[in-house]
Write a protein that binds this ligand. Structure first.
Ligand code: SF4
Length: 441
């Protein structure tokens, strides 16, 4: 047995299904393809969603990944060319480089125009496709713009035709809203599709595995879109408007899964804007769940929410200040104050959360070298820096901050080293320039 085949078997043996999926017949064979390794793909809710939709529509579905066996279905090892339909989910541009390799390893030409009429119908969707389908247009027969669920009923019979004729499937699918068919002339714009009633399609893991990056964790999408308006944010643009799922539908998806795993991952661009997040977390905590969450909005991390997350075993929380300067945050549409960040950090610390992960972006249009340097200093170091700028000696700084002169000396030397400076006067100049850029209170 080849090494890749035994690795496929090993991975399959470790999977646990949260609910059984129908097993389709050989008359309609589809592969759901994630252009990255198994561990990453199994942590993608998009892969689970496609897998479930196709299986429930009667397809015999296999999954395919960049590893362990690129170009072959995980379940039975079938080569990609032997399916009727290949459905890719593309989230990140860096994964695009893996697409031609996957197709070639699967016995297919990467470019659509070089593939034969009897080859499978090759389609793709996902955030990468929705934000800009053109870089992928030479590879795919169909690209889907937006969310698949609203037109899934219409799309199913068109895709089913792929088992007989790729041309017939293309013909039928090309007129469905949201479908972009690069080789066909189109007289109307392709309109991004958006699911209004999110509760109609629960988005939750099909199976869990210890081999996934999010190990043995059932993932659930708590909502789509975001009510905030950060100017840089692609997620908001692609999934606008904000549509939280109801508490009832989330609990209906998650509570049965707790008999298989206690690890629950709550996902969503605007997780902390969900109006019933606290009730959801409290109920799951009472049922013994161990919660993990995607990043939380700074202003929304209340002491009670931090407490519940800590009770369920969360040791790290993630916040996204984006940049160290308040003015810059306002410019990018994220008006979060230093105080709000510190309040959130304090709420986390009081609740017993051991670590905070902070997301920052670098190279914002208005960002200066000083912003980047200042982001490396702790709050105490920034305070000492301000006192240096006021002309205070180490002894005087120590008296103000109730620190020994020796401790202040250590801090000053750390500050100089972090700022790449050798002289105190340089640090004072840096602090004065920084103060001039601060927002007026
Ligand atoms: S809060 Fe997060 S998801 Fe919402 S718009 Fe801002 S960056 Fe995007």
């Amino acid at each position: 047995m080849s090494a890749a085949r035994s690795e496929r078997r090993r991975l399959l043996a470790q999977e646990r299904y949260l609910s059984p999926l129908p097993v389709g017949g050989a008359a309609r064979r589809a592969a759901v393809v994630y252009p990255h390794h198994y561990a990453v793909g199994m942590s993608s809710l998009a892969l689970h969603t496609l897998w479930r939709l196709l299986a429930e529509a009667g397809w015999s579905v296999q999954r395919a990944f960049l590893s362990p066996d690129p170009g072959r279905g995980l379940e039975h090892g079938s080569r990609l060319r032997d399916f009727h339909l290949l459905a890719f989910t593309c989230a990140y541009e860096l994964d695009y480089l893996n697409l031609p390799r996957l197709l070639e390893e699967g016995g297919l030409r990467p470019l659509r125009e070089e593939r034969k009429p009897e080859d499978p119908l090759v389609i793709a969707g996902g955030p990468g496709v929705t934000q800009n389908p053109e870089p992928l247009a030479p590879l795919f027969d169909l690209l889907f713009i937006g969310e698949l669920e609203p037109v899934w009923q219409q799309l199913q019979p068109a895709l089913a035709l792929a088992a007989q004729s790729k041309a017939a499937a293309l013909e039928a699918a090309a007129e469905i809203p949201g479908v972009y068919c690069p080789q066909r002339p189109r007289w109307r714009p392709v309109v991004r599709q958006m699911l209004r009633e999110v509760d109609l399609f629960p988005t939750v893991s099909v199976a869990i595995t210890p081999e996934a990056t999010l190990s043995d964790m059932v993932l659930a999408e708590v909502g789509r879109g975001c009510p905030q308006a950060c100017r840089f944010c692609l997620a908001r643009q692609l999934y606008h408007p904000f549509r939280p799922r109801s508490l009832e539908s989330l609990l209906a998806s998650l509570l049965p899964a707790l008999s298989v795993t206690r690890h629950v991952g709550l996902l969503g661009a605007a997780l902390s804007d969900h109006p019933q997040l606290l009730s959801l977390c409290e109920t799951l905590a009472e049922e013994g769940a161990l919660l993990s969450s995607s990043s939380l909005r700074v202003g929304a991390l209340t002491p009670r929410l931090a407490e519940v997350l800590a009770q369920t075993g969360a040791q790290t929380l993630t916040l996204a200040p984006e940049t160290g300067r308040e003015v810059l945050r306002r410019q990018i549409g994220k008006p979060v104050s230093q105080e709000q960040i510190l309040d959130a950090a304090q709420a986390a610390q009081k609740a017993g959360i051991r670590a905070l992960k902070l997301y920052f972006m670098v190279a914002l249009p208005e960002e200066t070298e000083e912003d980047r340097l200042a982001a490396q200093l702790t709050e105490r170091e920034l305070k000492i820096l301000d006192l240096i700028a006021e002309g205070l000696t180490n002894r005087e700084i120590g008296q103000q901050l109730y620190l020994s002169e020796k401790t202040v000396k250590h801090h000053v030397s750390d500050i100089l080293s972090k700022l790449g400076m050798t002289r105190r006067v340089e640090a004072a100049g840096f602090a004065i320039r920084r103060a001039a850029r601060r927002p007026q209170q």
